[in-house]
Design a protein around this ligand. Sequence first.
Ligand code: ATP
Length: 382
Amino acid sequence: MAGVAFRNISKVFGKDVKAVDNLNLEIRDKEFMVLVGPSGCGKTTALRMIAGLEESTEGDIMIGEVRVNDVPPKDRDIAMVFQNYALYPHMNVYDNIAFGLRLRELKGFFWQLTHMAEARRIKLDIDSRVKEVARMLQIEKYLHRRPKELSGGQRQRVALARAIVRKPKVFLMDEPLSNLDAKLRVETRAELIRLHRSLGITTIYVTHDQTEAMTMGQRIAIMRDGKLQQCDEPETVYAYPANKFVASFIGSPPMNFVDAKITNVGEQAYVDAGDFKLALPAGHPAAGMSGKSVTLGIRPEEIFDATLPSRVTPNELNTIRAKVDVLEPLGDRYIAYLTIGGHKLVSSIDNETKIKVDQEANFTINLERIHIFDNDTEAAIR
Ligand code: ATP
């Protein structure tokens, strides 16, 4: 078992493609860490550097206490699972799972001839390990089949089994679920989490899907343009995004952003969007920045129908009046598209609502959960 660390890691392709830019990130022993970000942000490159499939241009990659930059991939004791499974098509499932173990643990043919007893013991051990992981992943029935005789989900299990059977120090997973249909993806997600819990192996999981990141990661590391934006537990990243990019990337439907200014009326500070203004909670650091241009961020689920019971009691400081443009029913909730003067807001409203399209209604906003971003740096002010 071991943690993994990126210390001042950069990777430049060719002359000037900086795929990873001074990455510092510690993944704890036994942790499930998700690297997430839009396409091209450098997450696969970061993963490949741990595996040794890509050399870093600068910095240190640590597995446990060992700097592994110069350790060949086969000696790093990691196992990688990819999106495209990479199974051997001519081998059955059993041999696909056993192949790496045989290669590692049974030395050459002549060694086996001269060490028959030991070779036999190793073969029996490999057999019981293959069967044990096959049972764990419920693929025992398919051990004799070739990959082409399996469904996508079954192939993915074989790829996982092949990685697990080696009991590596670290698992690296690169979008392993993206070839599965939506239902199977959700099931396999839960299965991977259970598997991680029972095996307790440090896992680094790459995805561009924020829902996958939020549901799977013990911590998530959000990347953009090769740079780490924030790394924390999913709940913390959701509630306290470090900047506007993280705020926009995490959460569905995404956070509303509105151009605004900080204003003061007497003692009370407001975030003023022109067509509406909201009171800043007492002691908010933006309160002392009167005149500053900012971006106000409001999550759709923090906008409530003012006539329904909610966490927020309507008052003159937290209530806005908006026109309802569109109502999308989701069953338990509606997604309501609102207009307030020149601003558009999306809200996620309880299905008890009586609001109607093309009519105006009062909405309350949870002021404790609004976000203020500095327009110069995009960093959260809090
Ligand atoms: P995706 O989700 O699309 O796989 P990613 O976040 O994993 O994206 P990377 O594959 O790590 O991103 O790529 C990061 C950047 O490095 C991109 O701009 C990409 O074009 C570039 N890049 C990756 N591999 C190479 C390479 N072998 N040669 C040149 N540029 C590369």
